[in-house]
Design a protein around this ligand. Structure first.
Ligand code: ZN
Length: 374
């Protein structure tokens, strides 16, 4: 195999920090009745010693995930974010905006249109670039950032929102690692990446989404922006305390993987032994690696409910677990519903009150204690 070169800076010095072994492409949901075996590919995270970007080592798969239902939490966060960026004076009416979106959905354009910003034509230079969870999907990180920064007019701003590596480490979110997601940004690494393109982070906002999400505003080194404040140095200091550039620190995710998988497996075995029925909820890509690591099959988890019509009739890759519609939440009368997307908890409780009314409880697969696996 050729030596890996950093997707952002091109250097080859680095370390393997998380290895989940061979995994099916989590974007590939086979039809129910497709006996498999599903093709598998190595799933590994590599940390660049030069720029500090944590990244997918190799990715031979082609993303084709059916577009998911946009969680209400994501929609609410977008509105909150636009509000806060506008309050900082970065979204004046009349400015031209281009968005680099995520293939999983979620757009700011209608919110920005309401504020009088105009959408750009393709390739046009703009005052504002918005990228929410978009750039992580680019295999060539250097080219992706070059394209975005090149479109920013003098005096313009680049807004990048990402699930922070600091959160991934501190919350043990090892299954954030997935095929098709090429970069796992720390603000520290992103600061270096931006510097390669003549940009400097000026300010940042933090959100609870996914346990900790950062929205960074950057502009050209040559621009002097009045909004520069202490938020970015504070995030960098927090990341340094965590050790986001230290391979040993990130390797804690490997231990988290084993501990989490064991917790899920043991809990499901316990439920089965006690004669309690369990359904899953949220056939998300991040559930794929968890179910495999935890060696969960259809005898432990007979089905996963998902609201997305595109996923009906399919099964989880690498496991004989069918994906079923939300009507099964009442039809099957489960004792517990194991939630694979914790951000959905408030909205599923609200959308399906019949689950708790029938005496079942929602269990957050990520949580310990009374809210989660115990
Ligand atoms: Zn690098």
């Amino acid at each position: 195999m050729d030596q890996h070169k950093c997707r952002a800076c091109g250097e080859s010095a680095g370390a393997l920090v998380l290895d989940l072994g061979d995994q099916p492409a989590c974007d590939y949901f086979p039809r129910q009745g497709d006996p498999g075996p599903d093709p598998v590919y190595p799933l590994q995270m590599w940390l660049c010693s030069s720029c500090g970007l944590a990244q997918l080592l190799a990715d031979p798969t082609i993303p084709e995930e059916p577009k998911a239902v946009e969680p209400a939490a994501l929609v609410a966060q977008a509105a909150d974010a636009v509000e806060r960026v506008a309050a900082a004076g970065l979204l004046p009416a009349g400015h031209v905006v281009a968005e680099y979106g995520s293939p999983h959905g979620g757009s700011w354009l209608s919110l920005l249109a309401e504020r009088g910003l105009a959408p750009a034509s393709p390739g046009e230079s703009v005052d504002v670039i918005v990228d929410c969870f978009g750039m992580m999907h680019a295999a060539d990180q250097h080219a992706a950032l070059a394209e975005r920064t090149a479109r920013v007019r003098p005096g313009g701003v680049l807004l990048l929102q990402y699930h922070s590596l600091n959160t991934i480490i501190n919350s043990g979110q090892w299954n954030a690692l997935r095929h098709g997601h090429y970069a796992y940004y720390s603000t520290s690494a992103l600061t270096e990446m931006l510097a390669m393109h003549g940009f400097t982070p000026r300010t940042a906002w933090q959100f609870d989404l996914y346990g900790g999400t950062v929205l960074l505003a950057a502009s050209r080194d040559s621009d002097s922006r009045p909004v520069a404040d202490g938020t970015v140095p504070a995030i960098l200091a927090e990341e340094a305390r965590t050790g986001v550039r230290d391979p040993e620190t990130i390797r804690s995710l490997q231990r988290d993987t084993h501990a989490h998988a064991k917790r899920v497996h043991d809990w499901l075995v316990e439920q089965r032994s006690a004669g309690r029925s369990v359904l899953g909820y949220g056939a998300a890509s991040r559930a794929v690696a968890l179910l495999l690591q935890a060696r969960v099959d259809g005898s432990l988890l007979p089905a996963i409910v998902d609201a997305s019509p595109a996923k009906q009739g399919l099964r989880m890759p690498g496991a004989d677990i069918p994906i079923v519609g939300t009507e099964e939440l009442t039809a099957r009368r489960p004792d517990a519903v194991l939630l694979f997307v914790p951000d959905l908890l408030p909205e599923v409780r609200k959308a399906f009150p019949e689950v708790e009314a029938a005496g079942a409880r929602w269990v957050d697969v990520e949580a310990h204690g009374s809210a989660g696996l115990q």
